[in-house]
Design a protein around this ligand. Structure first.
Ligand code: MTE
Length: 316
């Protein structure tokens, strides 16, 4: 198994994140011409956070929103990561204890090429992109986050799913000595999530390895987490150590804990309330007034066809 430390990169070659932000602000201004949508910029990100694996990425115009991005401090300081406690501030405080290097992911189930893959081998063949996505938490707040990642479908294809692979199940790291929340029985650990195969293969579904021009901070699910922007945030499972392709729908952690409140699909839907609160509106972090929640979190054009003919009150 190889590690991420790349001795060929001198510290002087690694760009300071603040310099990055300045450069990106400039580029955004420079891009206000007719070619704006076509401008792709490639950046190199310092590997602050785990090892020294550089992440080269381009900016996706196709899959990004131009809404204001949620401040970095909120994205990395107000989190749900119950393995580090149930309040929003514990993950930022405690997730630093989690060891993310070395990291590997077990791939198993209905695939021709199962195995244990080192993080580097997972990431290397893929072109990374910055995509600015909305994330709507089931609890009623939302953020706009510049992720760095690649389509999950491209990874799954490498493992050659069999014809029986109809769902994908993901599992988070389960290491109580580094994750104090695991010592409490608030959820049935380890945290698991699942997607239907067509959802997993959808080009909007990504595995993220970074955000805001840096590798993922631990509290955001380092070193690899799922991001499914049209679903409630709890589907976007963090710190993934296992990907299993299966025939039957996997039981996700939140469904297991309260199946009347959380379903398998968890598509953002302002018309279907949570049994204890309305889902019609949301508070964007950093904003004072609430705004309307959009069907499929604003991604209806891209994903509504996946659920054609389904009763979304029943399959919530
Ligand atoms: N993944 C794990 N393993 N444990 C968690 O508690 N919380 C989920 C999701 N992924 C969670 C998780 C919820 S409820 C949300 S809203 C998002 O992570 C929050 O992601 P963020 O902290 O990066 O904004």
């Amino acid at each position: 198994m190889r590690h991420f430390k790349d001795p060929s990169i001198k510290p002087s070659e690694i760009t300071d994140p603040e310099l990055y932000r300045q450069r990106r602000r400039f580029l955004r201004l420079a891009a206000l011409g007719p070619l704006a949508g076509m401008l792709a910029w490639t950046g190199r990100v310092s590997a602050k956070g785990y090892g020294n694996m550089p992440l080269d990425y381009s900016k996706s115009a196709v899959y990004s929103t131009d809404e204001a991005q949620t401040p970095y401090g909120d994205v990395t300081g107000y989190n749900n990561f119950y393995e580090f406690g149930t309040d929003k501030y514990s993950p930022a405080e405690k997730a630093g204890q989690m060891t993310t290097d070395p990291w590997s992911v077990v791939v198993e189930g209905e695939v021709a090429r199962p195995g244990t893959y080192a993080l580097e081998d997972i990431l290397k063949p893929h072109a990374l992109e910055e995509r600015i996505y909305r994330l709507r938490c089931v609890e009623g707040w939302s953020m706009v986050i510049p992720w760095i990642g690649f389509p999950l479908g491209n990874l799954l294809k490498r493992f050659e799913p069999t014809s029986k692979a109809r769902y994908v199940e993901f599992t988070t790291l389960n290491r109580p000595e580094e994750m104090p929340g695991l010592r409490r029985g608030v959820l049935d650990w380890p945290y698991t999530e699942g997607l239907r195969m067509d959802e997993a293969m959808h080009p909007l579904t990504i595995l993220a390895a970074g955000l805001y021009g840096e590798v993922l901070p631990n509290q955001n699910g380092a070193p690899l987490r799922l991001v499914v922007p049209w679903k409630y945030g709890f589907k976007s499972i963090k710190s993934i150590v296992r990907i299993r392709l299966v025939e039957e729908p996997p039981l996700n952690t939140w469904q297991q804990s309260a199946s009347n409140e959380y379903g398998f699909y968890a598509n953002v839907n302002p018309e279907v309330d949570h049994p204890r609160w309305s889902q019609a509106r949301e508070r964007r972090l950093g904003e004072f007034f609430k705004r309307d929640t959009l069907m499929f979190n604003g991604y209806a054009e891209q994903v509504a066809h996946l659920y054609k003919g389904m009763d979304l009150r029943k399959f919530f």
